[in-house]
Design a protein around this ligand. Structure first.
Ligand SMILES: C[S@@+](CC[C@H](N)C(=O)[O-])C[C@H]1O[C@@H](n2cnc3c(N)ncnc32)[C@H](O)[C@@H]1O
Length: 276
């Protein structure tokens, strides 16, 4: 009877799925299998490591099997579990929005250093930047925009769930007409068209194209934004090798005190400057 009520050990479940995930080219098969098994069983990763011979129930095994099947089709783990951590908050994510990346936290860190009274987050997606700032800078008035109505639905739902709906104004579009902000932050699309085929299938087959692609050199969205921003500081996330061109764009538009900051991979990831 005991045998019928179980579906193999943690070690067996992980071993088989890690082999399968490796075979299809998943970059972090062990980590992904552990995260998915933790999600399916309700045990955390430390508990899985501490109890490799623990039996996985048939119900958890079924859920885990379905999750691994999705991962084998290269669906990102964040879409499978439906959420992603960013700074001190957890965002619900699905295919309507880009999965927030750790390097984007640099824009939040800059906002915390500058402590502006008003902030605009352009291209808010899941609401990651705007909601993290609202969470960590309680005195700041936060506005967030996106050209995608579907993304705004996700962002508004995240704001509601996090108890931050009263703190962030979400609007369709790019820069609200006639308004100025002490700080504008934007992680807009910056992938160049030619770079697209070299990206992982997790990105090209699952994440929204309109959140990623930005013309021949990847700078179309940034180029269109810069003239729309009035006075104040503009801080932009950029792709590898784009910081020089973006510094030039900002300088040509009259921004001064131009600066860049690297991410953990030593890539110049954010560029900012002010115009008065
Ligand atoms: C790279 S994603 C960033 C999402 C989120 N800010 C983050 O860091 O996770 C870019 C977002 O910008 C939006 N977007 C693209 N072009 C835009 C534009 N011209 N105005 C406003 N939003 C735009 C896309 O819909 C997408 O949600």
């Amino acid at each position: 009877m005991a045998g019928a009520a179980t579906a193999g050990s943690v070690r067996e479940a992980l071993g088989a799925s890690i082999d399968a995930l490796s075979a299809v080219g998943v970059e972090t098969p062990s980590l992904d299998a552990e995260v998915l098994l933790a999600e399916a069983t309700g045990w955390d990763r430390a508990a899985l490591a501490a109890g490799p011979e623990r039996e996985v129930s048939p119900a958890a095994a079924r859920i885990f099997g379905e999750m691994v099947r999705r991962r084998l089709r290269r669906e990102p783990v964040a879409y499978i579990v439906g959420r992603k951590g960013f700074r001190h908050i957890e965002l619900e994510v699905d295919r309507r929005v880009l999965i927030p990346r750790p390097e984007t936290e640099l824009l939040v860190e800059l906002a915390l250093e500058l402590r502006p009274r008003t902030i605009l987050d352009v291209g808010t997606g899941s609401g990651a930047i705007a909601l993290a700032i609202a969470d960590e800078l309680p005195e700041c008035e936060v506005t967030a925009t996106d050209s995608s109505e579907a993304a705004l639905e996700v962002a508004r739902a995240n704001a509601q769930r996090l108890g931050l709906a009263e703190r962030v104004r979400f609007l369709g579009g790019t820069v609200p007409e006639g308004e100025e902000f002490a700080l504008t932050v934007a992680n807009l699309p910056y992938v160049a068209a030619a770079e697209w085929p070299s990206l992982q299938p997790e990105v090209t087959e699952w994440e929204p194209r309109e959140a990623l692609l930005a013309g021949p050199d990847g700078l179309d969205a940034i180029r269109a934004l810069v003239p729309q921003v009035g006075t104040g500081t503009l801080a932009l996330e950029v792709g590898a090798g784009q910081s020089g061109a973006v510094v030039g764009l900002l300088r040509d538009a009259g921004f001064v005190d131009l600066q860049t900051r690297c991410d953990l991979a030593e890539i110049e990831r954010i560029v900012w400057g002010s115009r008065g």
